[in-house]
Design a protein around this ligand. Structure first.
Ligand code: NOJ
Length: 550
């Protein structure tokens, strides 16, 4: 069994985790201070969002210098201390590598702007079309055109994300070598995991063409050359070391590509993030919309990925939350009436699946979306672009705000709620983003003294560690058409685990499939007392339960 299969990874958003010096921004010293807390949870690796020098237009995903720590977060010495202190607690660090683009403040881009031909070939520069229109009709993922004039030349540069994030030209072998050097630099510092940002869009063709109404993303996503680049990246950097853990963020990918990226025989990555299950509340693919989530579609996607990746020996990262998503408790459950049940049901539903679970900071204490009322309370660039574009398209302010409250990335970026003191104990200064209003009810101090969510996460992490049926068992989806329950069986070496997750806030009865007739089933873990395996099961609001079948 691969070494990463029985581990759980914790995602920490450095800007919002813990501020040690009162400037309102989380920092490395703050993380060091809280390592014992993470150790207590039981996680074995921390993925940190980028902490490199950056103008912070996109919160660090716009990098000026890949090999220096932004003074906002601390110093190289503090990072070294963090690596070493984490190691003492059996925790490793995963760094976030943004290799698709740099900030336009990066030295390479600046040299290119000054006319240096070598560095001009580091980026994707193209002239306007003959009719004077942009090189292609592509749209930036953050809204607007994907091309911006390149200084006062005739050319434009491509930016699939913000205008301050220029896409790198991976076709140029010098660019690739520079980027491998960056990964090796951090490897040598003792970083043993890498999360690669939007890795499946690095392979742009030489000749870029307009999208003709078809899915535009397919013109630059998962192109065959990406797999060659990922293999090379593996060979030239992390593949040379034993025990590394790597995960590729794969935007709009497919199961087929997921297998290619993560099947160990191909020597690309350990696993991938895919996002289809987090688009089930998009209206016809539109994120900035306001519709209830489609539960049957959610189940169908999870089942398709579990089955497909298992058949092709690929490996999934399992997650509901990250820094780009609203809080899952607010999105798929009822954190007001059923905070404990919602949080634990969502946790269990993915922690017992086949793949590697990720916990996003605050999830382990049941943090929710904040209740901001003004657009000015949001900081995120994508949120502001979306607000402007909705208003331009005639969406009234109230409606736009309702959508933003549900979908903004800032929902998950609010400061970690440590205690009930001002700013939730995150900072003694003014936080860069407002703390959620419920920090007096939901915070670490309270949770550790009498809460039930954190201990539930501890239990799930321990179970994965000790039970191969969880970390390495096969997956089989059952009750695929059931409108309220997400159910599956895991199996390994004569051990069978049945997992039932009820996604709604009422009582619900249903029949188990005939094959499951084991009256002696052993109750393994669940979020309500007094439940037995019966032919006709009755589940309570947001109930989750797992039985070992004999
Ligand atoms: C994905 C990251 O998760 C997101 O936060 C960022 O804005 C984009 N990539 C661009 O780097």
């Amino acid at each position: 069994m691969e070494h990463f299969k029985n581990k759980v990874i914790y995602q920490l958003y450095p800007k919002s985790f813990k501020d040690s010096d009162g400037d309102g921004i989380g920092d490395l010293k703050g993380i060091i201070e809280k390592l014992p807390y993470l150790h207590q949870l039981g996680i074995e690796m921390i993925w940190m969002n980028p902490i490199f020098v950056s103008p912070q237009k996109d919160n660090g995903y716009d990098i000026t210098d890949y090999c220096s720590i932004d003074p906002l977060f601390g110093t190289m010495e503090e990072l070294e201390e963090l690596i070493q202190k984490a190691k003492q607690l059996n925790i490793e660090l995963m760094f976030d590598m943004v290799l698709n683009h740099t900030s336009i403040t990066h030295e390479w881009f600046q040299k290119a702007l000054k006319g240096d031909k070598k560095y001009q070939d580091y980026y994707i520069l193209r002239p306007a079309k003959e009719d004077g229109s942009l090189p292609t009709n592509w749209q930036s993922k953050f809204g607007g055109d994907a091309w911006e004039p390149f200084g006062d030349t005739e050319n434009y540069y491509l930016h699939l994300y913000d205008v301050s994030q220029a896409d790198l030209n991976w076709r140029n072998p010098d660019v690739r070598q520079e980027l491998y050097k960056v990964v090796n630099f951090w490897l040598e510092k003792g970083i043993t995991g890498f999360r690669f940002d939007v890795l499946n869009v690095i392979g742009k063709e030489e000749v870029l063409v307009d999208s003709l109404g078809e899915n535009e993303k397919s013109l630059y996503t998962d192109t065959p050359i990406v797999h060659e680049y990922v293999k090379e990246l593996n060979q030239e950097s992390f593949g040379k070391k034993e025990g590394m853990i790597t995960v590729g963020e794969m935007s709009s990918t497919t199961v087929e590509n997921g297998i290619l990226y993560s099947n160990p025989d191909r020597k690309e990555l350990s696993m991938i993030f895919s996002f289809h299950h987090l688009k089930v509340d998009y209206d016809e693919g539109e994120k900035w919309s306001d519709i209830p989530f489609d539960f049957l579609e959610l189940k169908q996607i999870l089942n398709e990925w579990q089955t497909g990746m298992s058949d092709g020996n690929g490996w999934n990262a399992l997650f509901w939350n990250n820094h780009d998503q609203p809080r899952a408790n607010s999105r798929f459950g009822d954190p007001i009436k059923y905070p404990y049940e919602t949080a634990t049901m969502l946790a269990q539903s993915i922690h017992l699946l086949r793949g590697t679970p990720y916990i996003y900071q605050g999830e382990e204490i049941g943090m929710t979306n904040p209740d901001y009322s003004e657009i000015d309370e949001y900081v995120d660039i994508e949120t502001h672009n979306a607000y402007k574009s909705m208003r331009l398209n005639g969406v009234p302010h109230e409606k736009a705000m309702k959508i933003i409250k549900e979908k903004s990335r800032d929902n998950s970026r609010t400061p970690m709620q440590w205690d009930g003191s001002s700013h939730a104990g995150f900072t003694t200064g003014t936080p860069w983003l407002n703390v959620a209003g419920n920090y007096q009810e939901i915070n670490v101090e309270k949770e550790l003294s009498d809460g039930k969510v954190f201990p539930y996460y501890q239990k799930l992490i321990k179970l994965r560690k000790k039970m191969p049926v969880i970390s390495d068992g096969d997956y089989q989806g059952i009750l695929l058409d059931d409108p309220e329950v997400f159910a599956y069986i895991r199996e390994k070496d004569n051990q069978k685990l049945l997992v039932l997750n009820h996604f709604y806030g009422t009582e619900y009865s249903f029949q188990l499939p005939k094959e499951i007739n084991d009256i002696d089933a052993e109750h393994l873990i669940g979020n309500y007392p007094d439940i037995k395996l019966e032919k006709e099961m009755k589940l309570r609001p947001y109930e989750t339960v797992a039985f070992l079948l004999k």
